[in-house]
Write a protein that binds this ligand. Structure first.
Ligand SMILES: O=c1[nH]cnc2c1ncn2[C@H]1C[C@H](O)[C@@H](CO)O1
Ligand SMILES: [Zn+2]
Length: 360
């Protein structure tokens, strides 16, 4: 079997459902934006700053990982800065071979210099529109609006997501420290979104286990799980290799609930010991609806190409496996059914067919 190279993986069409706008800035952009506003950074040049983010995020703790966002959020407080970061995000995704992306961030974190929530969303949308136009339409990008789980603005953010639903926002999410901040704290926002026939995902089963996943699905009605890695706590693998699913794991698999898995981020926060030991191997073998994602390209020094190449090296996956992850993700996108189907039929399937036939 030919092992796929990084370049093979880069050429393959990829779909990204879980990526944080404030976790994906180019180090050079942070340096320039920080200089404009006099924000003090922990390193002066782009290269050492990039290293600082990765090393600081490599802490084994989600809470410490999240502290690094202070420096990205600080430089994303004006409309031009948000537009620039959003435009560059699209450029980087196009270079990475991403054909569809849902990019999330928390509007409530970008109002320190006086922008309204509405102006924040508009500035990000402007950047996405510029990036997509410059690419000649090679990528489709949507926003997901995140509410911070330790704050109390989720209802407002859910209303913002509905106000923007036909102008580039495809759904809603909650993020931030998981332990101590259960999803049910934001039940009113989730119930409101359900009444509005809207879509949302919930970060669950990353730094806290099964109760968080159970609440996200059975109390809050999440369409997808952000991470969800700890669903393996409800799966028993016997010495002879036989597998038994608990009721929650069975529900997740039976209902085809998408898992937005982010392997490198999980290794950094301690949710997985290594890529080779990441539960994505078992969950893929058991045919859960697994998707592959970046989470934070800056903090994890990653991209879709890096994540998938890492999986190819650890698990021996080939193009058929990468196509499966990609179609899983596209099926799970918060985009209307006909638009999802068009991307699968017109972009993903022909893209992989060409690579598979070239590989002989
Ligand atoms: O992996 C994550 N888990 C929980 N929260 C996260 C993760 N990555 C980023 N965040 C937080 C930090 C950001 O400021 C916020 C919005 O993107 O979401
Ligand atoms: Zn995340």
């Amino acid at each position: 079997m030919n092992t796929l190279t990084r370049d093979d993986v880069r050429r393959a069409p990829k779909v990204l459902l879980h990526d944080h706008l404030d976790g994906g800035l180019r180090p050079q952009t942070i340096v320039e934006l920080a200089a404009e506003i006099g924000h003090e950074l922990p390193a002066a040049d782009a290269e050492s700053l990039g290293r600082w983010f990765v090393e600081s995020a490599d802490s084994g703790s989600l809470v410490r990982y999240l502290e690094t966002f202070d420096h990205t959020v600080a430089v994303m407080q004006t409309a031009p800065a948000l537009t620039r970061v959003a435009r560059e995000c699209v450029e980087d995704m196009v270079a990475d071979g991403v054909v569809y992306a849902e990019v999330r961030y928390a509007p409530e974190q970008h109002v320190e210099e006086g922008l309204s929530l509405d102006e924040v969303v508009a500035a990000v949308q402007e950047g996405f529109d510029q990036g997509v136009a410059a690419s000649g339409g090679r990528v489709v990008v949507r926003q997901l609006l995140t509410a911070m789980r330790h704050q109390a603005r989720s209802m407002e953010i859910a209303e913002l997501a509905i106000a923007w639903r036909d102008r580039g926002v495809a759904g809603f999410d909650i993020a931030g420290a998981e332990d101590g901040f259960p999803p049910t704290r934001h039940l009113d926002a989730f119930e409101y979104l359900q009444r509005e026939n809207s879509h949302f995902t919930i970060h669950a089963g990353e730094a806290f286990g099964l109760p968080s996943i159970w609440q996200a699905i059975q109390w809050c009605g999440a369409d997808r799980l952000g991470h969800g890695v700890r669903i393996v706590d409800d799966i028993t693998v016997a010495d002879d290799g036989s597998v038994e699913l608990g009721r929650l794991a069975a529900y997740v698999r039976d209902s085809r609930i998408p898992l937005e898995m982010c392997p490198r981020s999980n290794v950094q926060t301690g949710a997985a010991a290594s890529i080779a030991e990441h539960p994505i191997g078992l969950l893929t073998r058991l045919r859960f609806r697994v998707t592959v994602n970046t989470d934070n390209r800056l903090m994890s020094q990653t991209s879709m190409t890096e994540e998938m190449t890492g999986l190819v090296e650890a698990f021996g996956y080939g193009l058929e496996d990468l196509r499966w992850f990609t179609i899983n993700a596209m099926k799970s996108a918060f985009l209307p059914f006909d638009e999802r189907l068009a991307i699968i039929d017109d972009v993903i399937k022909p893209g992989y067919a060409e690579l598979i036939s070239a590989a002989g």
